[in-house]
Design a protein around this ligand. Sequence first.
Ligand SMILES: *[C@@H]1O[C@H](CO)[C@@H](O)[C@H](O)[C@H]1NC(C)=O
Ligand SMILES: *[C@@H]1O[C@H](CO)[C@@H](O)[C@H](O)[C@H]1NC(C)=O
Length: 270
Amino acid sequence: MTSSKILLLILVATASAFTYNEAIAKENAALSFAAYCPNAAINNWSVGYVSNQYPDLTNIEVFENLIQGTKGYIAYNKKESAIVVVFRGSSNIQNWIEDVSFGKIAYNLACKCRVHTGFYDAFLSLKPKIDNLFPGYVTKYPYASIHVTGHSLGGAMGTFYALQLAESGKTVQLFTYGSPRVGDPDFYDWFTKYTKITHFRVVNQNDTVPHIPLYAMGFYHQDREIWYHDGTHTVCAVTRGEDKTCSYSVKSTSNADHSTYIGLSSQVDC
Ligand SMILES: *[C@@H]1O[C@H](CO)[C@@H](O)[C@H](O)[C@H]1NC(C)=O
Ligand SMILES: *[C@@H]1O[C@H](CO)[C@@H](O)[C@H](O)[C@H]1NC(C)=O
């Protein structure tokens, strides 16, 4: 085989590793929205349309930090043969959007990168709990894939958690919905180095949250954006500093667009 043929095969293999599957994206959106339900409903998996459409979760355990008001859950998804870790967004999204600050804190010494202080603190408030629960699932389901997901602030926390898993050598599928920007350009580089994370960063139309904190204040998004707009969706380009033709191009943002993803409402009747 000529080297150009080998190169072509490598390119094809690389390109096919990233495939956006809308049915899986929809399921992860539903699981993210279920995190807003009361703990008893989550533990019991009686979470309205989510458990009706996706009944296959077992071994569910909610984790939360009552002082910080942060929460999530871990479960085994039989249908996907996956351990799923779900992070909840803020319980009062409107206030949260208004209060988002711009401070950055060092992520670690090796990356010399910085992340959003508030989002990282939120993640750290749950980290001891999830670190305590996760190994038991890996022992119980050693061949399972690992899926991490979350909406809004939950997307930011999921981004940190997926990175933590990838840093420890795990392969992770990450779906985020309406995630804010979590880190600086150096954090983009650090995250992007971990090719074991496949990140689908889903953005609905004019959703306000992916526009905060401001790009102009040195916050970058992680790839790869999937932008829903005008009744279709675009798989955006991989680029350090966002595909400017995707949601970045939106001039007038909408808080209402934050609460609907892939035809599902974040308001679960549970
Ligand atoms: C748990 O689910 C069952 C049926 O699915 C229901 O009857 C029961 O009330 C639920 N319990 C809680 C605490 O939600
Ligand atoms: C969404 O953004 C587009 C492009 O900037 C704009 O034309 C449209 O009016 C916006 N819609 C809402 C509801 O803000």
